[in-house]
Ligand binder design. Structure first.
Ligand SMILES: NC(=O)c1ccc[n+]([C@@H]2O[C@H](COP(=O)([O-])OP(=O)(O)OC[C@H]3O[C@@H](n4cnc5c(N)ncnc54)[C@H](OP(=O)(O)O)[C@@H]3O)[C@@H](O)[C@H]2O)c1
Length: 288
């Protein structure tokens, strides 16, 4: 059984391969990379096969996917969504041409109902995959907890406040590592043809709760202050984000405030058991 993983030099892809290796179930693991040296550094000393493949160079992809019983197509990190649709379509056509047996795709949670600006590109990719007739599994990932909970929170501990425009909005995030574990479990298992899983958390958190957790973990009083959209954009630019990123982040927070990230699911839990508790992840993020 050959499992081919794109985005293998990224944080999610490399972790998926690590979890597949840990399962030690004898699959032939193939890592697709556009930077072969980076892939060699990551998979050095293991029996992972490394092949070149670039979403922007369609001619490289059919050979990269040759012999794949299962292909994990990890979405491109570009911020240009129409370009991402093209990159993914290149990969999907190559999967068809290479005779891939089953395509697994990292989509976005509740894609077809989601108001997140990211949703249309994922819906477009899901439909591109459906056009091939190849069995598929859509792993509709939540926003990563890591996007919100990371070493940058040290600045909130120093200042005593987390500033967002999320109000009392709930987040159903999952750590990238838990998503990788769940993805490896699905890839290594039998079946899952034409299934869609919403890999969101089974319980939500709010920024008020995050402030409480931060206070407990750091021993310093941290409060969450919620501000209007425009003030949030201004604040994010003041702390160093370029305007485009500040607008993107504040619009995600706005989606949170509007309840867009409040739905839960047990889809992931059935594959990984208990998810990483928020407090454990905060502790890890602050202490390195
Ligand atoms: N759910 C969320 O909150 C969230 C957050 C961020 C991203 N994402 C999405 O989830 C994906 C995986 O996350 P991640 O954390 O692993 O991202 P990441 O660390 O940025 O990894 C992205 C991977 O895609 C590869 N890549 C970039 N352009 C490519 C191209 N033209 N052709 C082939 N491969 C290309 C990168 O290769 P190099 O190593 O050569 O750059 C890297 O291996 C991201 O790409 C993005 O679509 C989701």
């Amino acid at each position: 059984m050959s499992i081919v993983v794109t985005g293998s030099t990224g944080q999610l892809g490399s972790a998926v391969i690590k979890y597949l290796q840990e399962r030690n179930t004898g699959e032939n693991l193939i890592a697709i990379a556009r930077d072969i040296d980076k892939a060699r550094d990551i998979f050095n000393g293991s029996d992972v096969e490394i092949r070149f493949g670039d979403y922007d160079e369609p001619a490289t992809l059919p050979n990269a996917f040759e012999g794949a019983d299962k292909l994990l197509l990890i979405s491109s990190p570009s911020y240009d969504d129409p370009l991402r649709v093209v990159q993914h379509a290149n990969a999907v056509k190559a999967a068809r041409d290479a005779g891939v047996g089953h395509i697994f795709y990292t989509s976005i949670a509740f894609a077809d109902e989601s108001e997140l600006s990211l949703a249309p590109l994922h819906v477009a990719t899901e439909y591109a995959i459906r056009t091939t007739g190849i069995p598929y599994t859509f792993l509709r990932n939540s926003l990563y907890t890591d996007v919100f909970v990371n070493a940058d929170l040290a600045a909130s501990v120093d200042s005593g406040e987390i500033i967002t425009n999320t109000g009392a909005g709930k987040l159903n995030t999952v750590t990238r590592d838990d998503l990788a574990k769940g993805t490896a479990a699905v890839l290594a298992g039998d079946g899952h043809e034409n299934q869609t899983y919403n890999f969101v958390s089974s319980k939500t958190w709010t920024f008020d709760e995050l402030a409480d957790v931060l206070s407990r973990v750091s021993g310093k009083d941290v409060k969450h202050r919620t501000v209007p959209f425009a003030e949030q954009v201004e604040y994010l630019q003041r702390v160093g984000l370029p305007e485009g990123m500040a607008l993107f982040s504040a619009s995600i927070y706005e989606n949170v405030a509007n309840g867009e990230t409040s739905r839960t699911s047990d889809d992931l839990k059935q594959f990984i058991g208990e998810e990483t508790p928020l407090e454990d992840f905060v502790r890890k993020s602050l202490n390195g």
